[in-house]
Design a protein around this ligand. Structure first.
Ligand code: ATP
Ligand code: MG
Length: 145
């Protein structure tokens, strides 16, 4: 599913001179999930990672697992998200109001949809800062929903 979703960004990454690297450390395992919606969640997070990186986006997609489930991590080195905005970023229609950023079009729906879908799978989604700049979104999906 990850590889399939990444393919949607081949052209845009080429156009923006970006790179997307992957590291699949999750053990072979079965997750019971709606592939359509989880694919859309991955799409939204990758889309944001690229959209909110000024130029030459450097994105990483990492998977790992433990006894409880699987973790998907999307890391970017983009414009980052302030502590104030972190509290609201998953709210419906919420977009960060920052002059230069808002050349980027969007509805403020992608993260709200992603959170809803991941919660419906009894998982969670979290946001951390990347160092020295950018964001890391982690999705957890449990083995037993
Ligand atoms: P769309 O509904 O088309 O996805 P959107 O990208 O504006 O529109 P969300 O994906 O919900 O909406 O994101 C909400 C806001 O969070 C964005 O407008 C942006 O300001 C901020 N944001 C999301 N992802 C990132 C990121 N990786 N880096 C920096 N800011 C981000
Ligand atoms: Mg979005």
């Amino acid at each position: 599913l990850c590889l399939q979703t990444i393919r949607s960004f081949d052209l845009i990454l080429k156009d923006k001179n970006g790179v997307l690297t992957t590291q699949f450390d999750a053990k072979p395992s079965i997750i019971i999930a709606d592939a359509f919606h989880i694919g859309n969640v991955l799409f939204n997070l990758l889309d944001n990672a690229i959209k909110y990186s000024a130029e030459n986006p450097k994105i990483e997609l990492i998977t790992y697992s433990d006894r409880k489930g699987i973790y998907l991590e999307i890391k970017d080195q983009g414009i980052g998200i302030s502590d104030k905005d972190k509290k609201q970023i998953f709210d419906k229609f919420y977009r960060v109001t920052k002059g230069d950023l808002h050349d980027v079009k969007g509805y403020g729906l992608g993260l709200n949809y992603s959170k809803t879908m991941v919660h419906l799978h009894k998982g969670w989604i979290k946001l951390k800062n990347n160092t020295p700049h950018g964001s890391i979104f982690t999705i957890f999906l449990p083995f037993k929903p």
